[in-house]
Design a protein around this ligand. Structure first.
Ligand code: SAH
Length: 350
């Protein structure tokens, strides 16, 4: 089936943003179907290196041998007792990014990074302390999924790793195309998370694919939200929620909201009532409560009981509310933690 889809897209728009243009150049003298065969072998996850693309002549494999198969090199991999795998990848310019595979009974979800570091500086987020180095290309994003696809049947992809995807839509949307059209991951299985970049949310209103959008809200009031998330100063809650209402109206898609549960900061009964009252008018919404992953930053997670009480209040107020299972707590799975540890080690050595 994938091969049929390839027929339509090879030699089309893809090369405008694919890093694999070097591959394309190398194949200039070959019949066009060779490229389709190669891309199909790569993106199905079956071939793990050039040698494993057995559908092409060995002379051609030789010709490709010095091309890197991935956009990056894995430099560290940690496996949690709950099966979560966190990888650290080194890009060709030395930049480090993190990607996580979260398996459970039903799904295997890959959490991808969209930027090297992040400019948003959310106070509780380890990536926020790194600052932004650069955007990732579409291939660099898609290859994170491909890496895991080679060993696991990836079912879902979330853009909840390092970076702010809505500030890199020019690469994020093409990466969604690669996942969707070339890797066979359904649009409904792909979720993009944002700290609330209004112009980006507006762009996604006109995006034809049925992807999910999640808004990191984390607070029901502007004063606290601005303290936790500086982005709120430019895109305050009232404007953000207005845009969210428009998004729902235009797309008829359910919006997800993320709420990281920080002990003594945003986890009171009153705040549960307030966030529910803010979200209730939007109707088609789900609030996900995320236990805070302990990092080197001075924040603590709300207790299990507190999170359950908070959920009960939100639901009683009439808003769907789930508690997100905390994965990979023993492997620094929180956004940006592993890269930060690695950078710190490198800094200590030099
Ligand atoms: N920039 C995007 C996507 C990356 S962060 C966004 O803000 O949505 C993905 C989610 O993880 C966000 O909701 C973010 O607030 C949350 N997060 C960051 N650090 C965390 C931590 N230590 N524990 C739990 N959630 C965290």
């Amino acid at each position: 089936m994938i091969i049929c889809q390839f027929a339509n897209i090879v030699n089309s728009m893809y090369y405008l943003y694919m890093n694999r243009s070097e591959l394309h150049k190398r194949l200039a003298d070959e019949p066009a179907y060779r490229e389709k065969q190669i891309l199909e072998s790569i993106y199905s996850g079956r071939a793990k290196n050039w040698d494993e693309i057995t559908s092409i002549p060995s002379a051609l494999r030789e010709k490709l041998r010095d091309l890197p198969f991935f956009c990056f090199e894995p430099v560290n991999r940690v496996v949690s007792t709950d099966g979560t795998i966190k990888s650290l990848f080194k890009m060709s310019d030395g930049a480090l990014i993190e990607t996580v595979l979260i398996p459970n009974k039903e799904f295997r979800t890959v959490c991808v990074s969209s930027q090297v570091g992040c400019a948003m500086a959310c106070g509780f987020c380890a990536t926020g302390t790194l600052g932004l180095t650069r955007n990732l290309t579409a291939d660099e994003i898609a290859d994170q999924v491909l890496y895991y696809k080679q060993t696991a049947k990836v079912t879902n992809v979330v853009y909840m790793g390092m970076g702010e995807p809505l500030l890199n839509l020019e690469n994020v949307l093409p990466s969604v195309d690669i996942l969707n059209d070339l890797m066979g991951i359904g649009a409904r299985k792909i979720s993009i998370s944002t700290c609330g970049i209004i112009p980006g949310i507006r762009k996604l209103m006109d995006y034809p694919k049925q992807i999910n959008l999640a808004i990191s809200i984390h607070s029901p009031d502007d004063a606290l939200r601005s303290k936790l998330m500086p982005v709120n100063k430019g895109f305050p809650l009232a404007k953000l929620l207005e845009t969210c209402a428009e998004y729902i109206k235009k797309t008829n898609r359910r919006l997800m909201f993320e709420y990281v549960m920080l002990s003594g900061i945003n986890d009171s009964d009153e705040q549960a009532h307030e966030i529910a009252r803010l979200l209730r008018p939007l109707e088609l919404v789900l609030l996900n409560l995320i236990p805070f992953h302990q990092t080197f930053l001075q924040f603590g997670s709300a207790s299990r009981n507190r999170i359950h009480d908070f959920q009960r209040i939100v639901e009683l107020e009439g808003v769907d509310c789930h508690i997100r299972h905390s994965a990979g707590v023993d492997v620094d799975a929180a956004c940006g933690q592993l890269a930060r540890t690695h950078y710190d080690k490198e800094t200590r050595v030099t």
